[in-house]
Design a protein around this ligand. Structure first.
Ligand code: GLC
Length: 666
């Protein structure tokens, strides 16, 4: 298959497309990034660390290991002194170091009526073969539990039925002296089994290890799927695999990519890659990395989120290991700039948000998320904030730095102002006048109030709100998309008040958004005519299944980050407890179906890696909340100060900066 692919592509393009083999990887790097002047002047010739002299950053002080956030965001953490061991601490000088942090500690969990319930504890049998790592877990489902899952309609109340923090066997101490439940141990074992090696080094994890289904591309390493695996590894101090992943995907970025005689933009990161073996000659077989930039993907969707995740992971690597030399490398800096240039290129766009085609992110099928979907905007914002901490400031990059700052400022204003929805805003929309032609129109996007869907009127609670899914001329997508909202909290794309309101809404709408399994990818599902028109009658995305209102346990880690940041740890604990009870029994599915996430998804893969890695990362964040804090961003007044527009000078219209600044005081 691969050979055919190669030949057909080569025949269309004069320059040969080569697969990266372990042998030629350094020479490949030497020919990387041909059009980037800074790369040329640096004349890369190896993958060795190249230290930059006079390295300055846009933001000062963001790169210190142990530098913990002092923001009011974390003031909810108690002042009880606590000793913790961070992965960064473990790494420095190879010694185990401990740090005392006064402002950290967990908010005590709120007790609720459900906590007092006498919940069934599953029987867990552990068979030991060769010591602790070889333990196998067999979970026996009780008859009561089976019937509980099978019986009951959609109308039952999962929040009260399924709060099951006590439903998991008591933890035991692992080799590192940390508490670990049997479920966690099983997940670690499965994560190890998902490892993909390239020339004998681990470089990623497969999407799923489900031998019962045709693998399609689930045997590949997906960039977005690897993020929770990477975090779990980093939090455990296993850093090499993440470094390998970052460097190998960097090489793939410069791939010569072709979709039917057209080459997508330079800097694009693949959606996934696979390690393949190639017959070099009669005797020799070589391993090669074969990326997919969407040219093989179902629907030929563009992996816009891959580069954004790569940048976010690069920052996380530095934060959690304390090793900033990776992001300082010239090849890494060049790759970073290439992604940024691709995202920041001017087009016909009128908005600061990124314009993308349908299915360009986690939802990689047609689901009506073309245009300016929230998920992409939240990841874009996070990637820009990450880049702002990592881009080396010099003469060659100063324009890029300016662009990053301007874009951050404009994007944050745009999303906070136009994507926000609560009761007050809904009432404004309800009374909108339309067809306003002027610079200071109230209804700037000409939204017809009739667009407000009936379900929405009663759904939004008084104390909550959320960022809508998409905004286009005369179109607001009122669906609630989980990843975009969670990531807006984590990155402070939303104002502090908005972020708080989003979690309030999730809590108030727990049955809809968590139900039997955290968390809904989007709410509500598209049904009937809407499903037919918007998904194109997609049989995989039927109402309340898969991307169309299915429940995805992988979203747990992002929820946990958001909850810890906002001082709502108890919400994450409840969600993790739900997942811990069901995931091992159900063989770690990719997603769940039905309105409340009651059934394993119709076509869900089992042993889905980001399900189990997301669970592990969540558990680790809850055990060491300071690590979660390292990955979040605080409100940054500098972003609100920056003003790219010249409006105030021209006197033509009022600059929006004042409005942006005033918002955070609310
Ligand atoms: C599905 C998901 C996508 C994921 C891939 C591999 O296509 O929609 O987000 O990356 O599976 O798990």
């Amino acid at each position: 298959m691969i050979g055919t692919n190669l030949i057909s592509i080569c025949s269309m393009k004069p320059s040969p497309r080569m697969l990266i083999s372990c042998k030629n990887s350094s020479s490949f790097l030497a020919r990387c990034h041909p059009t980037t002047p800074r790369a040329m002047s640096n004349n890369l010739s190896s993958t060795n660390n190249i230290r930059m002299l006079g390295f300055a950053r846009i933001m000062n002080g963001n790169h210190r290991a142990f530098r913990l956030p002092s923001s009011r965001y974390f003031s909810h953490l108690t002042s009880r002194p606590q000793t913790f061991r961070s992965p960064a601490a473990t790494r420095i000088n190879g010694d185990v170091t401990t740090a005392t942090v006064n402002e950290l500690g967990l908010k005590p969990r709120k007790s609720s009526a459900n906590d007092k319930k006498n919940l069934e504890i599953e029987k867990v049998y552990i068979k030991t073969d060769n010591g602790i790592d070889e333990k196998q877990l067999v979970v026996e489902k009780s008859a009561d539990k089976e019937s509980e899952l099978e019986a009951g309609g959609e109308e039952d109340n999962p929040r009260s039925e399924n709060k099951v923090s006590e439903g998991v066997a008591a933890p035991i101490i692992n080799n590192n002296g940390e508490e670990e439940t049997d479920v966690e141990r099983e997940a670690w074992k499965l994560l190890q089994e998902a490892l993909v090696t390239y020339c004998d080094t681990p470089v990623g994890t497969v999407a799923a290890n489900d031998s019962s289904e045709e693998s399609l591309n689930y045997d590949q390493v997906f960039i977005r799927d690897f993020i929770p695996s990477a975090l779990a590894f980093l939090l455990k101090g296993e850093n090499e695999i993440v470094k390998n992943f970052l460097l190998h995907t960097l090489q793939l970025q410069s791939w010569e990519k072709t979709v039917d005689c057209y080459s997508p933009g330079q800097g694009l990161m693949p959606a996934s890659f696979k390690v393949k073996t190639m017959q070099v000659d009669e005797e020799k077989v070589e391993e090669v990395l074969d990326p997919d930039f969407g040219e093989s993907a179902i629907g030929r969707v563009a992996p816009v989120d891959s580069g954004l995740w790569w940048i976010i992971l690069l920052r996380a690597y530095g934060k959690l290991t304390g090793d900033y030399s990776l992001q300082e490398r010239v090849d890494v800096q060049t790759g970073l700039e290439m992604i940024l240039n691709l995202c920041l290129t001017d087009g016909f766009d009128m908005f600061p948000s990124l314009l993308v085609t349908d299915g360009s992110c986690m939802i990689d099928r047609r689901m009506g998320i073309h245009g300016h979907p929230l998920e992409i905007q939240a990841l874009f914002y996070s990637a820009l904030r990450s880049a702002r901490e990592m881009v080396k400031v010099d003469d060659g990059s100063k324009n890029l730095v300016r662009e990053i700052n301007n874009r951050l400022s404009a994007l944050s204003f745009h999303i906070r102002e136009y994507y926000w929805l609560d009761m007050k805003k809904m009432n404004e929309i309800y009374r909108y006048k339309t067809e306003e032609y002027s610079l200071d129109a109230t209804n700037k996007f000409n939204i017809y109030p009739e667009q407000i869907p009936l379900w929405l009127m009663d759904w939004v609670p008084q104390e909550g709100g959320y960022l809508i899914g998409n905004l286009q001329p005369a179109h607001m997508d009122f669906r609630f998309f989980m990843l975009g909202n969670l990531w807006s909290i984590v990155s402070s794309l939303g104002t502090p008040k908005q972020n708080k309101s989003i979690l309030n809404l999730i809590e108030a709408k727990w049955d809809d958004l968590v139900g039997h399994m955290p968390l809904k990818i989007c709410y509500p599902a598209l049904e009937s005519e809407e499903w037919r028109i918007i998904t194109g009658s997609d049989p995989k995305n039927t109402p309340w299944s898969y991307h169309n209102g299915g429940s995805w346990p992988t979203l747990l880690w992002q929820f946990t980050l958001a909850c810890i940041k906002m001082g709502r740890t108890e919400l994450a604990e409840d969600a993790v407890a739900l997942a811990e009870k069901r995931l091992p029994v159900d063989s770690w599915p990719e997603y769940y179906d039905t309105r409340t996430g009651k059934f394993i998804g119709k076509q869900a893969r089992l042993y889905q890696t980001w399900t189990l890695a997301g669970f592990l990362a969540s558990k680790m964040f809850l055990k060491n909340p300071e690590t979660a804090a390292m990955l979040c961003w605080e409100e940054d007044l500098e972003i609100l100060e920056t003003c790219a527009c010249a409006l105030s000078k021209s006197g033509r219209a009022k600059c929006s900066r004042d409005a942006a600044k005033s918002q955070i005081l609310v």
